[in-house]
Design a protein. Structure first.
Length: 232
């Protein structure tokens, strides 16, 4: 239901792929809009990527309505404010305000970020690849981030969680290679999403924040990514 997931769903719907969108919130309206726009069969099934039982039930619904699953895209992810530092670098002034630095980060925030990004990739993979095992073919595509290779300041939990997806992807690719399942990942650059908007835009004006402008200045194309960039 986020920027990246919606872009990928549109790309697949445009070439006639049968699609099931998993989301905690009902997205029947989005599914209907995509079906009408592209003439492809798109359904929305409620499920939580951190709740294995809910995903097992979701898979049953998908199998009943669409048949076996042969492609899984894991794109649940995001950051959390309590796992974000308020300053980019510590200096002498920071010593009197440690709550704004690495030392002020909350473990609950770290747990939420790692759960959503890493476990939110691991658990769906356990559930939705069983059809692929049976049919001895299938593809798993995980969504990592350029942050996993070149961490941005302020968001250590997100960068580390995405790095864990890279490692898991490499491990799983070897583990499943001889049963016909291919596993890979993509690492998108910087997109403006609901989860990072407060970091990269001035909420009053809509203009780039200093951080947002810094990212753009250090991006070769001089702009944030657009959802269409992910559609291949």
């Amino acid at each position: 239901s986020g920027v990246i997931g919606t872009a990928m769903v549109k790309a697949m719907a445009s070439v006639g792929v049968k699609i099931a969108i998993i989301s905690r919130q009902p997205l029947e309206l989005l599914a209907t809009e995509l079906s009408n726009e592209f003439g492809s069969e798109v359904i929305c099934v409620q499920g939580d990527v951190l709740d294995k039982e809910s995903l097992v039930l979701a898979k049953q619904t998908i199998n009943e309505k669409l048949g076996d699953i042969d492609l899984l895209i894991n794109c649940a992810g995001g950051n959390h404010p309590t796992a974000t530092t308020k300053v980019e670098q510590m200096d002498e002034n920071s010593l009197d305000h440690l709550e704004d630095t690495f030392y002020g980060l909350e473990m609950d925030g770290f747990d939420k970020v790692f759960a959503l990004n890493f476990k939110g990739t691991l658990v769906p993979t356990m559930v939705f690849t069983t059809d692929m095992l049976k049919n001895k073919k299938g593809v798993v595509l995980n969504v990592s981030s350029m942050n996993s290779y070149k961490p941005l300041t302020k968001i250590p939990a997100y960068s580390a969680a995405k790095a864990s997806i890279n490692n898991f992807t490499q491990w799983l690719a070897v583990h499943l290679a001889k049963v016909g399942i291919r596993v890979n990942a993509i690492a998108p650059g910087f997109f403006i999403t609901d989860q990072n908007r407060f970091l990269v835009q001035d909420q009053a004006t809509g203009n780039f924040s200093a951080r947002g402008q810094k990212i753009v200045n250090n991006t070769p194309m001089g702009k944030f990514g657009e959802p269409e960039d992910l559609q291949g």
